[in-house]
Design a protein around this ligand. Structure first.
Ligand code: 0X9
Ligand code: ZN
Length: 305
């Protein structure tokens, strides 16, 4: 059965998404944006008050890397909070009245399933190609942003393999196509990973500072302090290259260069004690504190529409 405080299987998540859409039809609709290498559907929920005109939007994705289980858990938590606090929480109400939020709980569906069935620490997609017996590419090295120039590997057996070409992974292509199609309305791109307690923004493919560096840094610092106010969890903010490591082909840099100014990568709890194997007892506090940071960023985006 589905639980917000457990790591749910893909099957459970997808069934729950259908239920959320049908039981909250005034606020939520489900969309299939593509099909994975192994043939699974890649699904998102669009959350927002329905209007006759198109609204500006925030895109939130989770589960790019298969083993980072707290990430899909956060997207599920966000959907629950949006639906259950709309009409009661003034900020959530105003957000969903003015904007839509696209929430994609699991991008790398094949990899996520593989971490449940076979290899808990799998990171990449599950694509196969002629010429190698190694499987998968790193979806966060496969976006068309300085592709494979830095901090990525051209060896198909590496965990940071950039793929055979930009968007070679069908899951990456599906997300990129969706964002390109909705480029005029998407004002913020938020992507959830784990672990390290970081709030990163462009660039990671170069040490150069992005055009909006000072605004992105001050919003990140505000978000990190909102997050810390709940359980005193400390986050570090900064551009990816200097704060974690240089790595090209990431979704955040790609979205930013497409024109989505508010582009952030979250690395959730913890700092390494449990790492990817974060206990289920930490799902709730992690999601509660992360909500504060996401809502802080959303408020800033709304204020600047
Ligand atoms: O290496 C990554 O893709 C991310 N860290 S993780 O441990 N979750 O794998 C960091 C991504 C930062 N952004 C870019 N490199 N563009
Ligand atoms: Zn990751």
């Amino acid at each position: 059965a589905h639980s917000y405080e457990k790591y749910n299987s893909l099957e459970t998540i997808q069934a729950w998404m259908s239920t959320m859409a049908s039981t909250n039809a005034a606020l939520v609709s489900k969309q299939v944006i593509g099909t994975s290498f192994e043939g699974r559907s890649i699904e998102l929920l669009k959350i927002g008050k329905k209007t006759s005109t198109t609204k500006p939007a925030i895109f939130l994705d989770c589960g790019i890397h298969a083993r980072e289980w707290v990430s899909p858990a956060f997207c599920q938590w966000f959907i629950k909070e949006a639906v259950s606090t709309y009409g009661a929480d003034s900020q959530m109400t105003s957000l969903l009245d003015q904007m839509d939020v696209y929430v994609l709980p699991v991008i790398n569906v094949d990899g996520y399933v593989h971490t449940f069935t076979t290899d808990r620490l799998w990171r990449k997609t599950r694509s196969r190609r002629a010429g190698t017996s190694c499987i998968g590419a790193d979806p966060n090295r496969n976006f068309d942003a300085g592709w494979c120039t830095l901090g990525a590997s051209s060896n198909p057996c590496s965990d940071t393999y950039c793929g055979s070409s930009p968007e070679s992974e069908v899951e990456v292509k599906a997300v990129a196509d969706f964002i390109r199609k909705n480029k005029a309305t998407i004002k913020a791109y938020l992507t959830i990973h784990s672990y390290s307690q970081l709030l990163l923004f462009p660039y990671s493919y170069t040490y150069n500072l992005c055009k909006d560096h000072s605004e992105l840094l001050s919003v990140a610092e505000g978000a990190a302090s909102a997050l810390r106010s709940l359980y005193n969890t400390r986050y570090t903010s900064g551009p990816g290259a200097a704060t974690i490591y240089p790595a090209a082909g990431g979704s955040d840099d790609w979205a930013y260069d497409l024109g989505v100014k508010y582009s952030y990568t979250f690395e959730l709890r913890d700092t390494g004690r449990y790492g990817f194997l974060l206990p289920e007892s930490q799902i709730k506090p992690t999601c509660q504190e992360t909500m504060l940071a996401v809502k802080y960023i959303a408020a800033h985006v709304q204020k600047n529409l």
